[in-house]
Design a protein around this ligand. Sequence first.
Ligand code: AMP
Ligand code: MG
Length: 327
Amino acid sequence: MILEFTKENIEFCAKKLKNGDIVSFPTETVYGLGANALNENAVKEIYRLKGRPSINPLIVHIYDINQIDEFCILESFQKEFLEKLKVFWPGPLSLVLPKKNIIPEIVSAGKPSVAIRMPKHEIALSLFKETNLPIAAPSANISGFLSPTTAYHVDEAFKKFDVPVLNGGSCNVGLESTVLSLLKETPIILRHGFITKEKIEKVLGIEIIDGTQNKNTLPKDILSPGMLLKHYSPHTPLYLTSEKLPKSKNAAYISFKNNEGEIQDNLKNKFKTIEFLTSNKETIAKNLFYILHKLDRMNFDYIVIDSCDNEGLGLAIMDRVTRATNK
Ligand code: AMP
Ligand code: MG
């Protein structure tokens, strides 16, 4: 059930959350599937609806930075990091901090830490404020499949459960938040996103660790087992241009070029459809899941996708692309 952004619908959805029900809402990254983070049964329902493995912890969403004290116990170095990193809030950055017992273990998948984020979206923030609760919310997709960037993606995935979806149009960022662990005195990036390592280092004035490289060497208390899972895949097989492709011509190509004039002639005849995501990384990020959802509904035998460099936002884009192509 898709609901437009009105005062009545915010009140309706807030009431649902307070009653222990599930509601989907837009954020600037992707749509979330939310429940009252303090209600174990409501959070359990999120795992059930998504088919999410219980080892994969959820992000707790807040609307006011002062809520952190209710849910986390911070040491002085963590307070100093937070003071600087709050320039990114509200925004696409989730911070992993030591949790208080008030946050149930099911939210953090048994870990003593919790990921906290304040999204930059009027609908999400109005909803959270109306509930005055912390909202545990993963992306509103069936576990392992493409993340949703429109209300229609969510509605399609969860129709049979009749989940109310607040409609905020297309998400501006289009990729999930950067996840940054502040548990040790050197922060560690656990997932790349729109807020890049370079941006974080500039604000903190120190070098931080890219924990997505050599995940196996990270301390167990930092690593989230969920980060090792397959993710973000369309139903249609997806290939990188460098891979050996099937013979069929019933295929689509996602190009990181601006238009037809920039691609080789032989590619034009090889595919039924070519989508141009442009060469601008922010535009690629914003439209990546949208285009994959669109092509996934068109019954192609396979889809081929370009690669970009690993500079800045390129890391987050290629993380999603390579996970999606893992067959
Ligand atoms: P999603 O909700 O699908 O955007 O995924 C959230 C990601 O944040 C998960 O894949 C987790 O690995 C990560 N995460 C959440 N909480 C923690 C935590 N306490 N420690 C480490 N990673 C976390
Ligand atoms: Mg997700």
